[in-house]
Every structure is written in structure tokens, then in C-alpha cells.
Design a protein around this ligand. Structure first.
Ligand SMILES: Nc1nc2c(ncn2[C@@H]2O[C@H](COP(=O)(O)OP(=O)(O)OP(=O)(O)O)[C@@H](O)[C@H]2O)c(=O)[nH]1
Ligand SMILES: [Mg+2]
Length: 446
């Protein structure tokens, strides 16, 4: 099967899980968005780090304005028009409303964001199945607050959709990107590693000499290790725009090959699409399976309490059935004779069963009322106090997965109705596990 047909087929299979996603309070539209449309490359970085310059170079057109001070305050999706279509500019409002595009989740970020979002289709050098997103430069944390929307959350959302994230630093500023890096990491599947993020130090032609360049590189490495929390330094592409080179430092042109390599990496992002799609599906379905496991544990505990309650009711009901009418007669003189005496005298008939049976029902009515009103809630409360008992957290991977999901899962459980404790949660979870094992894992090998 061709990759695109295979993609459609897996998308259909994932869609069949939609009712399960909905039932356990998780969103499939999230997952579906990543399966739609073209491969996306997100270009992020400090202001004036050369994002728009790189994109213009990639497209072979002067699409994006460039300049020394913060130039661009919009998120711009740049791609080729569909075959036979004219180049267009589309507003953010239309983009988030278009169900055939993956951007509807961004609507939640509000008008201020939407008015800073657009798409340009341009007859340019990009491959048909690729779109590049130019972004407003990152500012310092104080100025960041004036944007009128949550910049890092928006970036997180785009990062989730992207096959490649290019993080650009220029030699002079490298600190402000840390928060955004954290948001990006949180939104990517844990097993995606760093392969989806490309670090770029740009404008290196502005270093006066080799010593200056090495110092800048060293500073960036230090900042990166602070950001990533890792000791090993990821590959950093050292680049500059050849057309803008400021000086002719000996050896500078050696780095041109690195610029080419970076551009090739961006242009070949569509090839990563399929495996990223699988990672995304596995992450979302795995998250759902863990939520179901939490509900399953909760349902088991609640059933256990219900079982104990009903057993206590049954003991009480048996006692009331046999002796309840004797006590009743002592106070009211009725029924006469009670069931036991009638049986001993051989006079027991259907009529002598009526009162004992009615008395025996009382404990069940009270027990079920108690469970509905108090017992069920007490199970929820106890588990909320010890949420880690809801799922198996044997590995570090599962521990951090649960940390991410815990709050949403607890809130879902707190809204559950009593009838949910009898549902086949275990079977649902097995179905999800099987889906990952049989439908997704084999595709990685392909
Ligand atoms: N010398 C030199 N100048 C560059 C290079 N890349 C970009 N510039 C210049 O740096 C300035 C900023 O570049 P842009 O491409 O606008 O940077 P940006 O990251 O898009 O900036 P914002 O949109 O404001 O966030 C422009 O004046 C570019 O001409 C480079 O490699 N070398
Ligand atoms: Mg720009």
C-alpha cells in the first residue's frame, strides 16, 4: 500500500475508536488533526534570529518580511496552492473553521490569536505535501504577557501537529526560549526523543572571528543543557544566510554545506510523517488505555463496596424475614400468628409470607439508598486521596504518563454515574491494548 493510502486506512481504524475516546472524556479530534492534511514544519526562535529569512530561502520567494527589530507578530502557514488553484491569503478565522485543516483546536486561543494567524498559498519551491509555519519571534517573559493570548500554549499546539520543529537562536540571545522548549516537550510523545526538534544557531557570519564563534557556540550549548536537562549536547546546525554574509572570515563558507543540510532536512519532513503519525496514535490510544484502567480500578473498588453492602443487607434481610414479624407483633399485636409459629403449627400459608417478605426488602432499599447517596461518593473520595493506586505505575514511563493524565482522569471519575461500575471497562482496555499491539506496532517495522 502507498503511504497515503495506508494513512487513510489507519485513520479509518482510529476513527472506529471514537466512541471509546468520547466515553472516557478524551478527545479524538486531537488525534485526528495530526492525521489530516500535509506535513508541517514549525519554525520558532527569538525575534530577528532569521526565521523568515530561512523560510524565504526555502521557498525561493520573498514571501515573508524580514527586519532587524521584532518584525512579524503573526503565525503564517506557507504552502503551495492545491493543483489548479490560485495563490491566496486565508484569514485565521477561516483556517480554524475549516474542518479539512488541522487547525480547529486553535480556536480556543481566542480572537487575539486568530487575528494573528493566516495562511499564504504561494507558487514556490516547497514540495506539495509540506507546509512551513513562520512564527512571531520570542520576546522576553515580560513583553510576552502583552500579546493578548497564551503564546507558549499556541506554540505547544502547533508543535503537536508538526513533524519537525526548528528552534533558531542567534548568537546574541539564547535564554528566552527555555519556557517554550518545555511546552514543546510536554506536547510531544515521550518516545519521540529529540529527533523532532532541530537546533539551529543562525547568523554566524556576524561573529567577528573564530574565537567569537566558539564562545557563542559554548554559551548556546550551556543554555541548551539547562533547557533540556541533559548533559549530552544535541546536534546544532551552524548556519547563515549566504546572501547576507557580513564578512569574509576565512573558513566561513565551510558552513554553507550545513545550511544546505538543514534545508534538506526541512524539505524531507514529509518522509517522517508516517512514523510520527504512528507515535501520535500510540500515545493517544495508550493515554486512553491508562484512563480506562483507572476507571476499571475505580469500578472494581466500587463494586466491592456494593458487594459488601449487599451481603450485610442479605444477613439483615434473613434475620428480619425470620424474626422481624415476631418483634412487630410484640409492639403492634400483628401479624398473628407470625411466620415461625405458623410453620411450627403447620398453618403457614402464602399469606404468612407477606409481612416477612416486606420486612426483608427494607434492608436492601436502605442499603442501596446508602450506597447511592454516600458509599459510591466515599469510594471516589478515597481514590482521589490516593490516585496513584488507580493504575499500575511500574516504570518511569508509566509514572510520568500517569502524572500527565491524572487530573483529567480523576475529574472524569468524579462525574461517573453508579451504572458505570457494571460496564465492561476491562474489555475496553484490552481492545485498546490489542489495537496498539496488532494494528500499530507492526506498521513501525514497515
Ligand atoms: N548577517 C546576517 N543577517 C541575517 C541572517 N539571517 C537574517 N539576517 C537579517 O536579520 C534580520 C532578522 O531576520 P528575520 O529573518 O526577519 O528574522 P525573524 O526571526 O524572522 O525575526 P522576527 O520575525 O522579528 O521574529 C533581517 O534584517 C535579516 O536580513 C544571517 O544569516 N546573516
Ligand atoms: Mg520573521
Amino acid at each position: 500500500m502507498e503511504p497515503s493510502r495506508e494513512r487513510q486506512s489507519i485513520r479509518k481504524k482510529v476513527k472506529r475508536l471514537a466512541p471509546l475516546f468520547e466515553r472516557y472524556g478524551r478527545s479524538l479530534s486531537d488525534l485526528d488533526a495530526t492525521l489530516k492534511w500535509k506535513s508541517l514544519v514549525l519554525v520558532l526562535g527569538n525575534f530577528s534570529s532569521g526565521k523568515s529569512t530561512l523560510i524565504n530561502e526555502l521557498t525561493g520567494c520573498d514571501i515573508q518580511r524580514t527586519g532587524q527589530s521584532p518584525t512579524d507578530d503573526s503565525f503564517t502557514v506557507i504552502t503551495r496552492p492545491d493543483p489548479g488553484m490560485e495563490p491566496t491569503e486565508t484569514t485565521g478565522a477561516s483556517l480554524v473553521a475549516d474542518e479539512s485543516l488541522p487547525f480547529s483546536g486553535l480556536r480556543a486561543h481566542g480572537e487575539n490569536f486568530i487575528s494573528h494567524f493566516r495562511m499564504l498559498t504561494v507558487d514556490c519551491d516547497l514540495p506539495d505535501d509540506l507546509a512551513v509555519i513562520d512564527t512571531p519571534g520570542m520576546l522576553d517573559a515580560v513583553t510576552e504577557k502583552d500579546r493578548g493570548y497564551a503564546y507558549d500554549r499556541v506554540v505547544g499546539e502547533f508543535a503537536r501537529l508538526a513533524d519537525l520543529i526548528v528552534l533558531m537562536f542567534d548568537p546574541h540571545k539564547a535564554g528566552t526560549i527555555r519556557e517554550v522548549y518545555r511546552t514543546i516537550r510536554d506536547t510531544l510523545p515521550e518516545n519521540a526523543g529529540e529527533d523532532r526538534i532541530v537546533f539551529v544557531m543562525s547568523r554566524i557570519d556576524e561573529c567577528d572571528n573564530l574565537g567569537d564563534l566558539v564562545r557563542s557556540y559554548g554559551t548556546l550549548c550551556w543554555n541548551l543543557s539547562q533547557m533540556t536537562g541533559r548533559k549530552d549536547i544535541p546536534r546544532i546546525f551552524m548556519t547563515y544566510a549566504p546572501a547576507l554574509a557580513r564578512n569574509d572570515t576565512p573558513g566561513l563558507s565551510e558552513w554553507l554545506a550545513e545550511r544546505e543540510e538543514l534545508k534538506q532536512k526541512i524539505l524531507s519532513a514529509p518522509a517522517l510523517r508516517f512514523s510520527h503519525m504512528l507515535e501520535h496514535i500510540e500515545k493517544q490510544v495508550g493515554d486512553l488505555a491508562m484512563t480506562v484502567e483507572a476507571v476499571e480500578t475505580f469500578a472494581r473498588r466500587a463494586r466491592k463496596l456494593l458487594g459488601q453492602t449487599l451481603r450485610a443487607c442479605a444477613v439483615l434481610a434473613a434475620a428480619l424475614f425470620l424474626f422481624g414479624d415476631i418483634v412487630l407483633r410484640a409492639f403492634t399485636g400483628w401479624p398473628d400468628p407470625p411466620l415461625l409459629s405458623a410453620m411450627l403449627n403447620g398453618k403457614a400459608g402464602a399469606a404468612s409470607l407477606i409481612t416477612p417478605a416486606a420486612l426483608a426488602v427494607i434492608p436492601f432499599v436502605v442499603g442501596i439508598f446508602w450506597f447511592n447517596r454516600f458509599g459510591f461518593g466515599s469510594v471516589k473520595k478515597r481514590l482521589a486521596e490516593d490516585p496513584d493506586a488507580l493504575v499500575r505505575t511500574g516504570s518511569q514511563f508509566r509514572r510520568s504518563q500517569w502524572q500527565r493524565l491524572r487530573e483529567a482522569a480523576l475529574s472524569h471519575i468524579s462525574d461517573l454515574k453508579v451504572k458505570e461500575i457494571f460496564a465492561a471497562h476491562g474489555r475496553n482496555r484490552q481492545r485498546l491494548d490489542r489495537f496498539i499491539e496488532r494494528e500499530i506496532r507492526p506498521l513501525y517495522r514497515k
